[in-house]
Design a protein around this ligand. Structure first.
Ligand code: ADP
Ligand code: MG
Length: 481
């Protein structure tokens, strides 16, 4: 094992402090390889298994290299799903918190005008799905003149048929002297070659030979028939009695059917697929992160990149038709050094897909017996105690980093000619407060938000009761949310 620590990298104290609060004590293997090279602005092609810390591998050097004063976006990160865009935005925000890095997620099905308004504020990092990013470029709400970094996360998916045209269109709009980095756990050779088109003699970094390991995730399968599938699935949940579980189906119809069936049997469960309203999709993801329910029934929308703490069991209700998808689905467990388990239900018809998956991952998935009556009976009580309830979430990183931060709402903005400078000037003049205690500032037409760091929120709130900004008295309160 190597003894390299984050101290050994050329990164500033503000970022190191965030890493400490996130409990990132030592860099993961992919971070050890990527961070120094990314800091030197090399183009990179990175293949490293699910849950190995690829996000921070690019987010740390990007946050370090961002010039805070610059108004226009300096980094663009492309992701295949809206849920992943939001998650990566949050990761970048957490890592850049004390450097006051402003990251914004843009994606479809959210009002364009809202995002355009936010893009008019200083934004350092934009994370988005290709369609909406292209919209912003075409409608000139996203200025790319200062763009220095392009990151394509889940690169093989992004350079797949569904996305490639849009991604290429976006790339053609970017300054040619930018740095390009692409990441995935699965990277077929042809896709890798395709990437070279957009890159300048990239360095290839490959951490594990395949995107999968049997060390952190225990892989098993159960032979079922269409008729016995649902009964066996339920028996399986009784004997496994997971704290938290994602059940993957191949279609939204299967998700809906299974969700209804589990719901009727009083499972604490929710569902996620592309046919739901976007607000509901986000609400489900948030609820799952918070531990509000234990079982998530989902399509592959939840397969790529999604990082939820301690998902202990993955069940493939349907065998995925694409071999890469098996790697990504099962990779939602066994993350960041934790252990996990993945069980796949296989009907005779699906055997052929299974063979392709086994060839791809390089080992045979061991067959497990269908749960027997004895085990079911002896586990029933424990299962019933758990199944309807919520789960205790141990590791809420965002909450930890926000613990000492209070968001204040000021009843004035652009229309009253309030600028960030005015807010910083006034607040840092309060005795006991310095500009170091001021975080991200957002100024809208009629209101502004200021993050106050280091537990000084109440102090500022109190002082603002009798302090004017630019000669104006503004109402200041703690922002809701
Ligand atoms: P990947 O993109 O490789 O699938 P993520 O970037 O989503 O993986 O990271 C997986 C998990 O590991 C996340 O919960 C992340 O917060 C955590 N993590 C990342 N880097 C470290 C580190 N250096 N120490 C501890 N945990 C880490
Ligand atoms: Mg990832």
């Amino acid at each position: 094992m190597s003894n390299i620590s984050f101290e050994d990298f050329q990164i500033g104290d503000e970022i190191k402090r965030a890493l400490q609060l996130l409990k990132y004590n030592t860099p993961t293997e992919v971070q050890r390889e990527v961070i120094p090279q990314a800091l030197e602005n090399r183009d990179l092609v990175v293949k490293s298994k699910t849950g190995s810390g690829k996000t921070a591998a690019f987010a740390i050097p990007i946050c370090e290299r961002i010039e805070w004063e610059e108004k226009y976006p300096q980094a663009l990160i492309l992701t295949p799903t809206r849920e992943l865009a939001v998650q990566v935005r949050d990761d970048v925000t957490n890592i850049g918190r004390f450097k006051r890095i402003k990251a914004l997620a843009v994606y479809g099905k959210e009002p364009f005008s809202k995002q355009r308004e936010e893009l008019q504020q200083k934004t350092h990092v934009v994370v988005g799905t290709p369609g909406r990013v292209m919209d912003h470029i075409e409608r000139e709400s996203l200025n790319l003149e200062q763009l220095k970094y392009l990151i394509i996360d889940e690169a093989d998916e992004m350079l797949n048929m569904g996305f490639i045209d849009e991604v290429e269109k976006i790339i053609n709009q970017l300054p040619s002297n930018r740095v390009t980095m692409i990441f995935s756990a699965t990277l077929p050779k042809d896709v890798e070659n395709l990437c070279f088109k957009y890159m300048d003699t990239p360095t290839q970094i490959e951490i594990a030979t395949t995107g999968i390991t049997a060390e952190t995730i225990e892989h098993q399968l159960i032979k079922v028939t269409q008729e016995t599938k649902n009964a066996i699935l339920k028996d399986l949940t009784i004997v496994e009695n997971p704290d938290s579980c994602i059940i993957f189906c191949n279609t939204k119809e299967h998700v809906d059917q299974l969700y209804n069936e589990l719901n009727e049997s009083n499972y604490s469960c929710e569902r996620l697929h592309g046919g739901l309203e976007q607000v509901d999709r986000f609400a489900v993801m948030d609820g799952f992160r918070m531990g509000n329910f234990r079982y998530l029934v989902a399509t592959d929308v939840a397969a790529r990149g999604i990082d939820v703490d301690n998902v202990s069991l993955i069940i493939n209700y349907d065998v995925p038709m694409e071999k890469e998808s098996y790697v990504h689905r099962t990779g939602r467990t066994g993350r960041a050094g934790n252990k996990g388990k993945a069980i796949t239900l296989v009907t005779p018809y699906e055997e052929k897909y299974l063979k392709a998956i086994e060839r791809y991952i390089g080992f045979e998935i061991s067959i497990m017996e269908t749960p027997n009556q004895e085990d079911i009976l002896s586990n029933k009580a424990a299962f019933e105690e758990k199944v309807g309830g919520r789960r205790v979430v141990k590791n809420n990183k965002t909450a930890r980093i926000n613990k000492d931060i209070m968001k204040l709402h000021f009843s004035g903005g652009k229309k009253k000619k309030i600028r960030a400078l005015d807010l910083v000037g006034t607040i840092s003049n309060i005795p006991g407060v310095t500009s170091e205690d001021i975080g991200i500032i957002t100024i809208k037409d009629n209101l502004s938000y200021v993050d106050i760091l280091n537990g000084k929120g109440s102090l500022v709130l109190q002082a603002m009761e009798h302090t004017k900004i630019k000669g104006k008295k503004l109402k200041v309160s703690e922002a809701i949310k």
